[in-house]
Design a protein around this ligand. Structure first.
Ligand code: CUK
Ligand code: CUA
Length: 639
């Protein structure tokens, strides 16, 4: 107990050091020769970057897209948060995307983007990301860079170990960070040990629109932190880290760090599929919501779900095992061959590496040291492949370069350490400014990484850029890892707090990139495909204005006959069929932000005018030399 406490105290002290200590000296930029570095990141005006990097927006709820190596911000994709710039979550078409069983929730905390994979390699079709707060997973279609699907995760509290994907995008996973009663109910919090349970959820994800809870595994009430699926020889398995195996419900900072070891949970999901086929799944009532944006009708719909299928480990032998892992593991990362499972014990200096093949042998020989709720605990000796004595402190996450090397971030000692798989020797270390969380190598958690660059995603910016008041944007740092030594070549700010990121060669995404929506394929129920069909229709106090935009006018541009108390739907179809020519629509006093309609799309702004008068409206996106003329008037009369 005393020992744990002193470790904790030194941990807290070191966080303090990391946060405050190394921010004074601006002279040591940690950078290679400036001219060489500039050349490496220089992408000439008009040239394209080599990689797309997708960074989680953390508490912004979105994904931001950067070009590498330039570090140029290309786009912010709205996912879990309303976005006034694009009207996402404000227009009628996308509002349903943010529905949950708790109602409309227009914000979340997005941590881990995961690219879809084919045969263990990122394929550029979709990117998934978790909502940590109101448990959700979103799918973004990379032909359009739009969020097309969001599924809520039931029986979960804090969807953190998510949405780590399986080798052919069969599933994205979701492990609960907070254990909660399963199903939810009103119980005393101090009945934690009796009532609180963990859930590991597998979501079908291999077809657009098919995201659904395939099954949940009911597990002990630990905190499930991170995950990665197996690949190659370990395809068919997923590994989840746990902390708080003490099952404490209060002062977790101290109480959840008592045990010297927590577990990595190894789940055999192929076995789960067999059990489901045998009818071992139990149906349990659960409320959750699935939202789907149909790219033909340009409209999202929400579907309520009422039950889930649950597998109970004690009734399904061989489904799940625990691998003891020292010092409160945070990240768990699987090397490109699928053999090594790296546990990053965040209160430790060393990394624990488990061997997948030793794990299989240990299971066969039943080398168990105990069990919890029917889940065998394997002996650490029997599964351990080796230990990396890093010399760093506070390891969080590991990625791989595909050349036999691994790179681990150390939050407390604020550095990335490069080490060799198999020999466990440390090869290089590079400081981060400051206090790095995740890191990302393009394809670095896949079967075949493009190991040229490494991006460190840092928690503290301090003095790296011009001061912007008490809050600074977080910082990302780009390292060239093509040689023996890591070389810092660029430093750039990010949006929100990026936790994880993923990157992929630009060619793979560009190949299928959509430039317009063909107008003839627009199946929106309120689309107007020709200027001669524009009209205003009234039904009681509901008014529908069917209008079009094309450079440089709206049709109609004078609208009369609207009354106070009406509910007015502006259905705007953008008739343009040219790349990058959206038109916007804003109305004085309207509370639902604006519309920003892509070529060939239809979007709807709802407006309930409160006062009689003349209301100007205009296009918000500078679309031609006569953009400023793209405007109109609405007359609102008293009731
Ligand atoms: S967590 Cu942020 S540093 Cu949410 Cu992936 Cu590890
Ligand atoms: Cu259309 Cu500006």
């Amino acid at each position: 107990m005393k020992n744990t406490f002193s470790i904790l105290l030194s941990f807290i002290f070191l966080i303090f050091l990391a946060a405050c200590g190394n921010s004074g000296d601006k002279k040591d930029s940690g950078m290679m020769n400036t001219g060489d570095a500039a050349q490496k990141v220089y992408v000439a005006p008009g040239e394209y970057d080599e990689f797309y990097a997708f960074m989680s927006g953390g508490f912004s709820g979105q994904i931001s897209v950067y070009g590498l190596p330039s570090g140029r911000l290309l786009k912010v994709i709205p996912v879990f948060s309303q976005d006034a710039e694009k009207g996402y979550g404000y227009n009628e078409e996308t509002k349903p995307m943010l529905n949950t069983s708790y109602g409309f929730v227009p914000w979340d905390d997005a941590h881990h983007p995961e690219l879809s994979q084919t045969d263990g390699v990122p394929d550029g079709r979709w990117i998934f990301i978790n909502g940590n707060n109101t448990p959700r997973i979103a799918r973004v279609d990379l032909t359009t860079f739009e969020t097309t699907e969001i599924i809520e995760i039931p029986n979960s509290g804090g969807n953190h170990s998510s949405p780590f994907i399986t080798e052919n995008s069969e599933y994205v996973v979701a492990g609960t960070r907070f254990s909660v009663p399963f199903p939810q109910k009103d119980v005393p919090i101090d009945s934690y040990k009796e009532n609180f349970k963990g859930a590991l959820t597998y979501i079908k994800a291999d077809e657009p629109g098919n995201m659904d809870v395939s099954f949940q595994i009911l597990v002990p009430g630990y905190d499930y932190d991170l995950a990665h699926s197996g690949k190659g020889k370990s395809h068919g398995w997923t590994f989840f880290t746990t902390y708080n195996t003490e099952e404490s419900h209060t002062l977790k900072e101290v109480n959840a760090s008592q045990n010297d070891k927590d577990f990595i949970a190894a789940v055999n999901w192929k076995k789960a599929e067999e059990y489901l086929e045998q009818g071992k799944g139990k149906k349990m009532p659960s409320d959750y919501i699935h939202n789907y944006y149909d790219e033909e009708t340009h409209t999202a719909t929400s579907t309520e779900k009422k039950e889930v299928t649950v597998l109970i480990p004690s009734e399904c032998p061989g489904l799940i095992y625990y691998l003891p892992t020292p010092k409160s593991p945070h990240g768990v990362d699987v090397d490109p061959t699928g053999e090594y499972i790296v546990g990053n014990g965040k209160l430790s200096a060393d990394l624990t590496v488990h061997s997948f093949s030793k794990m299989l042998t240990a299971i066969e020989n039943e080398e168990f040291e105990g069990e919890v709720d029917g889940i065998p605990i394997l002996k650490l000796d029997a599964v351990s492949a080796g230990t990396v004595s890093s010399g760093g402190l506070g390891p969080l996450h590991t990625e791989f370069d595909g050349k036999g090397n691994a790179y681990t971030t150390f939050f407390i000692s604020s550095e990335v350490v490069k080490w060799k798989l198999g020999t466990w020797e440390v090869l290089d270390r590079a400081p981060c400014y400051y206090s790095v969380g995740h890191l990302m190598i393009p394809g670095g958690d896949s079967k075949s990484p493009w190991g040229k660059y490494l991006v460190a995603l840092n928690k503290i910016t301090k003095d790296r850029y011009l001061p912007t008041g008490p809050e600074m944007n977080h910082s990302a740092q780009l390292y060239d890892i093509s040689g023996d030594k890591m070389e810092l070549i660029l430093d750039f700010p990010t949006i929100g707090e990026p936790h994880y990121a993923q990157a992929i060669p630009a060619d793979i995404v560009m190949e299928n990139s959509k430039k317009i929506y063909p107008i003839e394929e627009n199946k929106h129920p309120h689309a107007v495909k020709n200027e001669k069909d524009v009209r205003v229709e009234r039904d009681g106090n509901v008014v529908r204005v069917y209008l079009t935009s094309i450079r440089s006018h709206f049709n109609p541009d004078n609208i009369e006959g609207i009354k106070v108390g009406d509910k007015v739907y502006f259905h705007l179809t953008n008739l343009e069929q040219d790349w990058d020519t959206p038109h916007g629509l804003s109305i004085m006093g309207a509370r639902n932000a604006e519309l920003l309609v892509m070529p060939g799309q239809t979007e709807t702004l709802v407006w309930e005018p409160q006062k009689a008068g003349i209301y100007p409206f205009y296009c918000t996106d500078f679309c031609s030399a006569l953009h400023q003329e793209m405007q109109g008037y609405i007359r609102v009369s008293p009731k």
